[in-house]
Design a protein around this ligand. Structure first.
Ligand SMILES: [Zn+2]
Length: 355
């Protein structure tokens, strides 16, 4: 069995057979359900070779009050929520998980060309014929226009901390949870939290950094040209001396068990408390409610029929029987409300984290 690096000595490697997620779990803790998919419990596995130690970490920053409010909001307001979906249970199952991302520094040599835009004020006049006064009315208008000039240049400099995904799910995670304030990152110190291991190597992640390098470079070329705008930025580049850093992002994972006994995973942003994951109402509970309402309608219907029979001997009862039948139909129609309500809610609810 290959040895773990020193930094990971206090952890045991654990894997999810359902989603192939790999983790390091503090040795003092039991192996939980997979925080990513919640479809399987993590099992011990061989440590991956040469896990680069993390250099930076974003500390957990969401307050207990915010977290509690977010959990209340998530679990509350669902018509026929699954029995297991309560804020208390979500809170009880909370566990901190650190998600990896890469940052890369690189020396960049480039030849660039672009169009730079300079704003200037242009004064013009608008002449309008005034019907009432019977004469021309001239109005001075100042507007901002942009003069575009082609520029070429050479660039040679070091760029720092360009973000790159260390997980296939990185983009979907950010879409669901929102961005992280990377400026708050600190030097890594071991935490009592599980660490998700990258499933994208730096080689895989490198091509995705190109747009960020280009955006940074274009902005600098704009500043260097003292222009207000830049467009059609193109460059030929040589990247050298890349230096990769592993940064860990703070998340909480929790779950609830739905009607089909399927745990539904939730992930929570460790800085803002925003929650992402499937928020489902319970069709089983809605069916039970619909059954109770329908049974009530049936009882009213039966009683109304009996009253109808009784009206043969006591005619005034016929009116009551008629009202009873109408009520039975009304209550019977209400029975579909829980089913339609839950169906609509689940259709509009956020889907599970698949990407
Ligand atoms: Zn999993």
């Amino acid at each position: 069995m290959p040895e773990l690096n020193d930094w990971a000595a206090g952890f045991q490697p654990a894997c999810c057979e359902a989603c192939d997620g790999r983790y390091l779990q503090p040795k003092s803790r039991e192996l939980p359900l997979c925080p990513n998919c919640a479809r399987a419990e993590l099992t011990p596995c061989d440590p991956p070779n040469g896990i680069a130690p993390p250099e930076l970490i974003l500390p957990f920053a969401v307050s207990d009050e915010t977290l509690a409010r977010q959990l209340d909001d998530f679990a509350g307001g669902i018509w026929f929520a699954p029995t297991d979906l309560t804020a208390a249970r979500l809170k009880h199952r909370l566990q901190p998980v650190l998600w990896p991302m890469w940052l890369v520094d690189s020396q960049v040599e480039a030849l660039w060309q672009a169009e730079t835009g300079f704003d200037y004020q242009a004064v013009s006049h608008r002449d309008q014929f005034d019907q009432k006064r019977g004469g021309w009315n001239s109005q001075e208008i100042t507007e901002t226009r942009t003069r575009w000039e082609p520029r070429v240049g050479r660039l040679n400099r070091q760029y720092h901390n360009i973000a790159a995904p260390a997980l296939e799910e990185h983009a979907s995670l950010l879409r669901r949870l929102g961005k992280f304030d990377l400026a708050r990152s600190q030097p890594y110190r071991p935490q009592a939290a599980m660490v998700r291991l990258p499933n994208r190597s730096t080689t895989d992640a490198w091509p995705e950094t190109a747009p960020a390098f280009q955006t940074s470079a274009a902005e600098e070329c704009r500043q260097a040209s003292q222009a207000q705008h830049i467009r059609d930025f193109r460059w030929t580049t040589r990247f050298q001396n890349q230096n990769w850093t592993l940064l860990l992002l703070p998340l909480y994972a929790t779950y609830y068990v739905d009607d089909n006994r399927q745990p539904q995973p939730l992930l929570i942003h460790g800085q803002t408390g925003r929650i992402s994951g499937p928020r489902r109402a319970s069709m089983a509970r809605a069916r039970r409610a619909a059954f109770v309402v329908a049974a009530t309608a049936a009882v009213i219907f039966g009683l109304s029929l009996l009253l109808g029979l009784a009206s043969l001997v006591a005619p005034p009862l016929l009116l009551v029987a008629g009202l009873g039948l109408a009520l039975a139909v009304l209550v019977g129609l209400l029975a579909i409300a829980p089913l339609v309500g839950v169906w609509l809610f689940n259709r509009n609810a956020a889907g599970p984290m698949k990407e």
